[in-house]
Design a protein around this ligand. Structure first.
Ligand SMILES: N[C@@H](CCC[C@H](N)C(=O)O)C(=O)O
Length: 289
């Protein structure tokens, strides 16, 4: 009988994840193993993996252990490592609650982008304090087919290029990453958001994620879009002293993003656990050969 590895499947506005609880960090989750798990035909399927580890047991999180017991070791679907995943943080919190490891209310989760404060509401939604956005200077152009748009650099711990377009269909079929220039703008790659207006402080977007392709939602992307839209609309909470809220519609659902005068950005949305089971360790091993 082969060894079994517990897993769960969850999503946040249809950004879906394979959740692998591994409190003592005993699993060797190589990039190839992550890609095999995320494969939608030969594996379980997901945009990424949420490796659930005690902060004290992970070399990248040990320094955060006093503030946050749990570390979200997030991996993209192609096995690459990303600094932060907004939807993943909500789903991670939902898992901790589901497993009885935390209560409803406030908790802290360690990520590669620092400790994030999370609130699990009784009504089911989860709010994540995403930290503040950085808006690096520099002009970037994003292209799809014959069309090109200027894009705004927004860093939410991970990099984003936000392009306002007339029609989300202009983003085309995002099988491959849309080219951007200059290439030097994002040496580590970038997540690209295409945005249209839906109404006052209400936008809709599509996203091509670094390491995962087009996904049905991206939490850090929605925050980047809200900040880019606010600056375009002349709204800066740091200047006015008033919080600004944008509703962001994504193919997989809706997120509400509030930027406060101190720069802190709060993202609120759903997070769902849909299944749990066991991975056959022999299959995973053979998938790596
Ligand atoms: N889907 C995530 C972002 C995941 C990381 C991203 N693909 C990257 O490489 O930066 C989210 O909800 O924020």
């Amino acid at each position: 009988m082969s060894t079994r590895i517990a897993f769960l499947k969850g999503h946040g506005t249809e950004n879906d994840f394979v959740i692998v609880p591994d409190p003592e960090n005993t699993l060797d989750l190589t990039p190839a193993a992550v890609a095999a798990l995320c494969d939608r035909r030969a594996g379980i399927g997901g945009d990424g993996v949420l490796h659930v580890v005690r902060s004290a047991a992970h070399p990248e999180a040990r320094s955060m252990a006093a503030e946050a017991e749990w570390f979200m070791d997030y991996r993209n679907g192609d096995g690459s490592i990303a600094e932060m995943c907004g939807n993943g943080t909500r789903v991670f919190a939902r898992y901790l609650r589901h497993a009885g490891l935390v209560d409803e209310g406030d908790l802290a989760i360690a990520t590669r982008a620092g400790v994030k404060s999370v609130h699990i509401d009784k009504d089911g939604d989860i709010t994540v304090g995403m930290g503040s956005a950085r808006l690096p200077e520099g002009d970037v152009t994003v292209s799809v087919g014959e069309r090109s748009w200027p894009a705004r650099n927004v860093n939410m711990g991970n990099p984003h290029a936000v392009a306002f377009v007339d029609d989300l269909a202009h983003a085309g079929d995002l099988f491959g990453p849309p080219p951007f220039s200059p290439a030097a703008a994002y040496p580590e790659g970038v997540n690209v958001e295409f945005v249209v207006d839906r109404g006052p402080r209400h936008v809709a977007m599509r996203v091509h994620e670094r390491g995962s392709g087009e996904t049905r939602s991206c939490g850090t992307g929605a925050c980047a879009v809200a900040v880019a839209a606010a600056r375009r609309d002349g709204a800066d909470p740091a200047v006015t002293g008033t919080p600004v809220t944008y509703t962001v519609d994504l193919p997989g659902g809706r997120l509400v993003i509030t930027e406060r005068p101190d720069g802190e950005i709060e993202m609120t949305g759903p997070a769902v656990i849909v299944a749990e089971g066991e991975i056959d360790a022999d299959w995973l091993e053979s998938a790596l050969r």
